[in-house]
Design a protein around this ligand. Structure first.
Ligand code: AMP
Length: 469
């Protein structure tokens, strides 16, 4: 069984052009992006004549040995880390996705989710296209293959005008690296420089590890084409209202990253401060649910003037699976990952801070654990509004009915979790912290307002898109 009953991370991508240690840098870049996907990882390098690929299930550090990296020669490379839902978790669906044929050799890595991929796939199959995987990303290369445009770049643009939804993409060919961010800018993507080479990554934390300098973010709707001639920017798509994913700030991205123009840690801490202003409470200590609740808990504690303590300790070496004992152990699943510090909790009025509630199954176990650790009162505050709607733009969420806030009132959730008080951040508070009206975001998981419509019935669950074909 999987240890955590909640929704999971999406994907991370990294690319490098013109560097003698391209595959090594890709490996390090993926290492820094591991939090965005732990199920499979892959690197494709280009030596100027052909592409070399290595993909496997598992963690970056386990997949890429020195021998494997030696088998990935060349001065450019792209890499991908992925999380997928059960069922589609197989090597055929790992990325980068490589094609050779009429298009030449191309590898593509995708972070996001295409909302009309199923429709396009059905159409292409009716004309005879044969798909190798169940990934939405594959439709892009099929569309490129049938495009009548002359160059790969224009074929790519042609293909992308047909797809809808969220895509931050990296493509590598024998002689170029291409980076794309969809017109809404759902997922982050940044451009950097290392020595004489260029690098592109989902998050800037990947640049820090390899001593690359952050140049700028790739803009929504921008295609950056990098080859020996230099770096060229194209903006071929009709402009739309930008909608970067606000949940990247709340939970996904690493706190040391800079995305959508701001540092993630600072935003999370400010969300915690705002949470304290909206939900003041007399208490002895503030404790974070580690690690995701940490920056918000610091913000809450500072704003409220209540000491911050580590009342829960996380085991950082938890794998994806574990064997349960035959005899029932209370809160076993969550204890694998977290344990309470009784000496800190005993007799205290405790404010507990987490970033979000999804199904509330983990939250309930954590609160019960804190209670049995001796806490006198437990006030549970969440640094985001209630998560009521599934994401169709690249975050693996449970279905609508499984999101507890979709079908339960605040009072009912509080009762289920068994805390004394439950409070969420308001939508206004969230908007205020992330930049208000001038900086629009996608808030669909909170307000159900989806920036991109669905051509066919809302796919549920979103991935794998072609599960039922
Ligand atoms: P639950 O108590 O079951 O509702 O789970 C809530 C926990 O899941 C919180 O600690 C969040 O940090 C975490 N969480 C939120 N979104 C995700 C996600 N996409 N993947 C993994 N964990 C998440």
């Amino acid at each position: 069984m999987t240890p955590f009953d909640k929704f999971h991370e999406e994907c991370g991508i990294f690319g490098v052009f013109n560097h003698p240690e391209a595959s090594n840098l890709a490996y390090l870049g993926l290492y820094a992006l591991q939090h965005r996907g732990q199920e499979s990882a892959g690197i494709v390098s280009s030596d100027g004549h052909m592409l070399h690929t290595h993909k496997d299930m598992g963690l970056v550090a386990d997949i890429f040995t020195e021998d494997v990296l030696r088998s990935l020669p060349g001065s450019s490379a792209i890499g991908h880390v992925r999380y997928s839902t059960a069922g589609a978790s197989k090597i055929e669906n790992s990325q980068p996705f490589v094609v050779s044929g009429g298009l030449g050799n191309i590898a593509i890595a995708h972070n996001g989710n295409l909302t009309n991929a199923m429709e396009i796939r059905r159409e292409l199959e009716s004309y005879g296209s044969i798909f190798q995987s169940t990934m939405d990303t594959e439709v892009i290369v099929h569309l490129m293959a049938i495009s009548r445009e002359k160059t790969r770049l224009y074929r790519l643009i042609d293909a992308l005008t047909r797809v809808q939804g969220a895509y931050s993409l990296l493509l590598v060919t024998e002689d170029a690296l291409i980076a794309v961010r969809d017109p809404y800018g759902f997922r982050p993507l940044a451009l950097g420089r290392v020595d004489s080479g260029m690098v592109v990554a989902s998050e800037s934390c990947a640049f820090d590890l390899i001593d690359a300098t952050f140049e700028r973010e790739i803009e929504p709707g921008e295609i950056v084409y990098i080859d020996q001639e230099g770096v060229t920017s194209y903006k071929p798509f009709a402009p739309v209202k930008k909608s970067p994913c606000v949940f990247e700030y709340i939970y996904f991205a690493r706190p040391d990253s800079r995305i959508f123009g701001r540092n993630v840690y600072e935003i999370r801490k400010e969300l915690g401060r705002q949470l304290a202003r909206e939900n003041p409470r007399e208490a002895d200590i503030v404790i974070p649910v580690p690690d995701s609740g940490m920056p918000a808990a610091i913000g809450y504690a500072q704003e409220a003037g209540i000491p911050l303590e580590l009342g829960l300790i996380r085991n950082h070496y938890v794998g994806r699976t574990f064997i349960e004992p035959k005899q029932t152990i209370r809160h076993f699943g969550v204890k694998i990952k977290l344990n309470s510090v009784r000496e800190i909790l005993r007799g205290k009025r405790v404010v507990v801070i987490d970033d979000s509630i999804v199904r509330a199954t983990t939250g309930r176990k954590i609160i019960k654990m804190i209670r049995s650790g001796g806490a006198k009162e437990i006030h549970f505050f969440i640094s985001s509004p209630p998560t009521r709607y599934p994401c169709f733009y690249g975050i693996d969420t449970p279905t609508k009915s499984e999101l507890i806030a979709n079908s339960h009132s605040l009072e009912e959730i509080k009762k289920y979790i068994t805390c004394d008080t439950l409070g969420y951040l308001s939508m206004e508070g969230l908007r205020h912290v992330v930049g208000g009206e001038e900086n629009p975001y996608c808030y669909a998981c909170f307000d159900g307002r989806y920036p991109v419509n669905f051509p066919i019935k809302i796919p549920e669950p979103q991935m794998p898109l072609f599960y039922n074909l």
